[in-house]
Design a protein around this ligand. Structure first.
Ligand SMILES: Cc1cc2nc3c(=O)[nH]c(=O)nc-3n(C[C@H](O)[C@H](O)[C@H](O)COP(=O)(O)OP(=O)(O)OC[C@H]3O[C@@H](n4cnc5c(N)ncnc54)[C@H](O)[C@@H]3O)c2cc1C
Length: 469
């Protein structure tokens, strides 16, 4: 019997497993693949995800494997420098191969005590009042109190729950892969330099990364073949460059869909299982990792028995609108990438507007999830937002959040978290960088309360961290 079974050990599932282990939840992660998918897709980790990695003590490890670049030019690939005034200690992008980030997160989860079993797909599950029975493809049955589907765009968990996944189907599809070529570098440069519909870029000795539109929209369950690449290269470039011996081949579409519900009883959805959209702006992995950090402590609280009654449902209430906003900004970016004259005119206009720093910054903050403000009720603008990494009396604020607990920062030095100190830490600090007296932070780094009154604080501790003990 596990507390939580997670289906899927991609970035979302691995991050969630680690978050749950911070609270001693017995976690099993199941993945159908024997090892992380080998697609060497370089993904961008955005500012908020980098902050979350710093909050969990993972950032230094991750930085070693990636390449930092300025956080500019990511909205609709409109080429602009990074805006001024970004309010983060990590105001950059980190390019990192997706398999590497998955491996690092999986290692982190295992080091914290998560069990990971790879190589057998989950075939079905059933939930009852006490828990969930999961059946693997080889017939083995496992039992847990909760189940989370982090099993990607084609999620079997979402389908078995019967949760609606409304949105738009793929209109176009793109082939992507790495392979050897049969012609010289000069010949490639001559042809691919002039046509922006496809590209071939060196990806190692004698190996090229190839990205090209597919002939149409297919059933994407099967990967494309080298013949698909050869045919499309001939059609679009006039030559297939003698491509052969692929390392890996993949395809992606531009479908945009959002699950109606993130929770049905004891079963929840996170990451691509809950939302899909085109890769414009590189947001999908970031969104999934951020879902995991929002859900982890709430599900842990439910399992450990201290969750207020409505806490677990705040996961859908907070994260569903965030995903809806990401879907919308990718829709906008896709329109701006169209070659239609109207869309091109709009793109030119937006390109001009982005010369205003405020516009540029607004769009970058949107894509990098820095603009998120959860609705915690009426209050200061900081309420519901994430708090940046501050210098505090004991060093850096984010270093105090590694254990995934709540934190009260108090400049009055007379407030207390007594009664909640098994779930919430306390730090007396001048809070000179903020125009507030005291701040209560949730384990995901969002501001849950601002004030100076002990009774009001106790009410909010009860709202987020359950009953006084
Ligand atoms: C070309 C491209 C570029 C991208 N660039 C970026 C980027 O720059 N930044 C960014 O943030 N995002 C990017 N993305 C999106 C990102 O790759 C996805 O959003 C991310 O992989 C989602 O993570 P996930 O863990 O939710 O799902 P997945 O990564 O899909 O993981 C799901 C896991 O579930 C497992 N699984 C599935 N079914 C079962 C089953 N029945 N039983 C057991 N296991 C199962 C799978 O094996 C897999 O390991 C890009 C996507 C594409 C296509």
């Amino acid at each position: 019997m596990f507390d939580v079974i997670i289906v899927g050990c991609g970035p979302t599932g691995a991050m969630l497993a680690a978050e749950l282990r911070l609270h001693d939840v017995r976690v099993l992660v199941l993945d159908k693949e024997t090892e992380p998918l080998s697609f060497v897709r370089i993904v961008s980790l955005h500012m908020r995800s980098l902050e979350l990695m710093a909050m969990r003590g993972l950032l230094d490890r991750i930085l070693k494997h990636g390449r930092q670049r300025p956080v500019g030019g990511i909205f609709a690939a409109i080429n602009k420098p990074a805006p001024h005034g970004l309010d983060s200690a990590h105001a950059y992008l980190l390019g990192i191969p997706q398999p590497v980030i998955v491996q690092l997160l999986e290692e982190h989860a295992i080091a914290l005590g998560a069990q990971v079993r790879r190589g057998i797909p989950v075939a079905s599950f059933e939930q009852d009042d006490e828990g969930v029975t999961v059946e693997l493809a080889d017939g083995e049955r496992l039992r847990s109190r909760y189940l989370v589907g982090c099993d990607g765009a084609r999620s079997i968990v979402r389908k078995m729950l019967g949760v609606g996944f409304p949105g738009e189907p793929s209109r176009t599809e793109t082939l992507m892969g790495e392979m050897e070529v049969g012609v010289s570098q000069e010949e490639i440069a001559e042809v691919s330099g002039v046509d922006r519909r496809f590209w071939l870029r060196p990806a190692g000795v004698g190996i090229y990364s190839v990205v090209i539109p597919a002939a149409g929209v297919s059933d994407r369950a099967e990967p494309p073949t080298i013949e698909d690449f050869q045919q499309q290269l001939r059609t679009i470039a006039g030559t297939d460059f003698g491509v052969h011996s692929p390392r890996w081949l993949s395809r992606f579409g531009d479908a945009t869909r959002l699950a109606d519900r993130y929770r049905v009883g004891r079963v929840l959805l996170a990451g691509d299982a809950a939302h899909i959209h085109p890769p414009a702006g590189g947001q999908g992995l970031n969104l999934g990792v951020q879902d995991a950090v929002n859900l982890g402590w709430k599900l842990a609280a439910q399992v450990r028995g201290w969750a207020p009654e409505t806490l677990l449902d705040t996961y859908h209430a907070e994260r569903h609108p965030v995903a809806a906003a990401v879907l919308d900004n990718t829709r906008a970016q896709m329109e701006l990438s169209s070659t239609e004259p109207g869309a091109q005119a709009l793109r030119r206009l937006l390109t001009e507007l982005m010369d205003f720093n405020e516009v540029n910054r607004y769009l970058i903050e949107k894509i990098t999830a820095m603009d998120i403000r959860y609705d915690f009720g009426v209050g200061s603008d900081l309420l519901g937002r994430r708090l940046r990494d501050l210098d505090v009396r004991q060093g850096r604020l984010y270093d105090l959040l590694h254990r995934g607990r709540g934190l009260l920062l108090d400049s009055t030095e007379r407030l207390t978290v007594s009664g909640w100190s098994d779930r919430v830490d306390y730090l007396a600090d001048s809070l000179a960088a903020l125009d507030v007296t005291a701040v209560l932070m949730r384990p995901d780094g969002h501001v849950a309360w601002i004030g100076d009154d002990q009774q009001d604080l106790d009410d909010h501790l009860g709202r987020w961290f359950g009953q006084r003990r």
